[in-house]
Write a protein that binds this ligand. Structure first.
Ligand code: ATP
Length: 203
């Protein structure tokens, strides 16, 4: 039986070494059995649709996670109507794994400011452990402005924060580099880079 399951949602447009590095670190810190990468059809917090199709983002994720036996990919959010609400995904996994499993949801520090606007965020925080990971280019997470969530949830959030290594990579910067034909060495796994080039993505 799996006890500790990490869910890692994002647009992954494309998945990069920042994602896999912090997910691996969080997995060790938590002592998790599995990390499930969950590409969103469209993030409710981003105004734009992903550039790559859902199918391409899943294929890139499969290539990126192939070397880690604890990593897997779920297309559950791509199969639902958009936008992708974390509440629905966490509820689905809670039902699948049962009450004994502990669920964790990873987000980068850049997401903290949006938390109070998340759909049913109180339930998300109650059903799972929402873990805020440090991110290069952002200050350390500040939970003091989240009084909308109540003191207990804010305390839980700050206890669950993970001081992940700072990896200064973003999908936006990678897409910009591809469009400008700049070097992306060291930002993506070689297999993902190969896939992007073969499929002519992000030109
Ligand atoms: P974009 O630049 O298109 O907004 P992104 O690089 O932020 O993309 P997402 O797929 O949106 O990538 O990220 C999924 C989750 O991973 C988010 O919670 C984000 O904060 C987190 N994340 C992404 N990159 C990093 C990183 N380098 N370090 C820590 N967290 C990260």
């Amino acid at each position: 039986m799996k006890d500790r399951i990490i869910l890692f949602g994002g647009t992954f447009d494309p998945v990069h070494l920042g994602h896999t590095t912090v997910a691996g670190f969080a997995c060790e810190q938590i002592g998790a059995d599995e990390v499930v990468f969950i590409p969103a059809k469209r993030s409710p917090h981003k105004n734009v649709f992903p550039v790559a199709s859902g199918a391409c983002r899943v294929e890139m994720l499969m290539l990126a996670v192939a070397g880690n036996a604890k990593f897997s990919v779920s297309s559950c959010e791509l199969e639902r109507p958009d936008p992708s609400y974390t509440f629905e995904t966490v509820s689905m996994f809670a039902g699948r794994y049962g009450p004994k499993a502990q669920l964790y949801w990873l987000v980068g520090t850049d997401a903290v400011g949006d938390l109070c606007r998340w759909h049913r965020v109180e339930r998300v925080l109650d059903i799972c452990n929402l873990c805020v990971m440090y991110r290069a280019g952002y200050p350390e997470p500040d939970f003091s402005r989240l009084s909308c969530l109540g003191a207990e949830r804010v305390e839980k959030l700050s206890k669950n924060a993970i001081a992940t290594p700072l990896v200064d990579i973003s999908s936006t910067e990678i897409r910009r580099k591809f469009a400008a034909a700049e070097d992306v060495t060291g930002l993506l796994s070689p297999a993902v880079l190969d896939y992007i080039e073969k499929n002519g993505l992000y030109r």
